[in-house]
Design a protein. Structure first.
Length: 227
């Protein structure tokens, strides 16, 4: 692999130096009071703002917002370092090892011909890692936006034996039937209306997934046209 340029190393180092100054004895009183638990919410907020800038195609804003995300991530690492839990080197080592391990078609001898094979290999490797470490599959975080969470959950369900979430035509027929049922009872007081509506949303998210889209992105794109 190509060595990292001096300029890039210096740029990251400058952020780390700023963080050290903020957390130092004569640094910022607000920063010095922060803990990982108080900072994590800012990481979420900055990530959402960066994603919004990407969707809007505002390149200058993307650069600024990604800077905020990078700063908050490094700030969090430094707080954990201060508690003696882990350091930046360990964080970098862990993610580097994971990325190399999960891309055997790049760093190993595995042969793939489609992006679907890449995804399938990724999930298999991920599952084997969990099993080797004695961990069960982590639940999809409920803090995710609902459409994105649905996409992730349905992607997992589609890989289980006995589950039938991958037939596009069948999913489309089910969506049409469920839509008709919902429409037929739209004027009545139906106790199951909310459940049926949720099922319809999930079905639509899955159809988008099978067509190669994320419903979250599709809806954001349409909403921008309404603004």
């Amino acid at each position: 692999m190509e060595p990292i340029s001096t300029d890039r190393c210096y740029a990251i180092g400058e952020i780390l130096r700023i963080i050290e100054r903020l957390l130092g004895e004569n640094g910022c009183p607000w920063d010095r009071k922060q803990t990982p638990e108080t900072v994590q919410t800012y990481l979420i907020e900055e990530s959402h703002e960066a994603a919004a800038a990407v969707r809007a195609g505002k390149v200058e804003e993307v650069a600024e917002e990604l800077g905020d995300v990078l700063f908050m991530a490094l700030f969090l690492v430094r707080l954990y370092e201060g508690r003696g839990d882990f350091d930046l080197e360990e964080v970098c080592r862990l993610i580097s090892e994971k990325m190399i391990r999960r891309h055997p078609h790049v760093f190993g001898e595995t042969q793939v011909t489609t992006t679907q094979e890449v995804k399938e290999n990724w999930e298999k490797i991920k599952a084997s890692e969990k099993q080797a470490n004695g961990k069960t599959a982590e639940p999809v975080p409920d803090s995710l936006p609902a459409l994105l969470r649905a996409h992730r959950m349905l992607s997992r369900l589609s890989q289980k034996e006995g589950e039938d979430w991958n037939g596009l035509s069948e999913q489309a027929r089910e969506f049409a039937a469920e839509s008709a049922t919902l429409a037929a009872g739209i004027e009545s007081d139906n106790d199951r209306f909310e459940e049926n509506l949720g099922r319809l949303f999930a079905r639509l998210v899955n159809i988008a997934r099978l067509k190669g889209y994320r419903a979250e992105d599709v809806l954001h794109g349409y909403l921008r046209k309404l603004e």
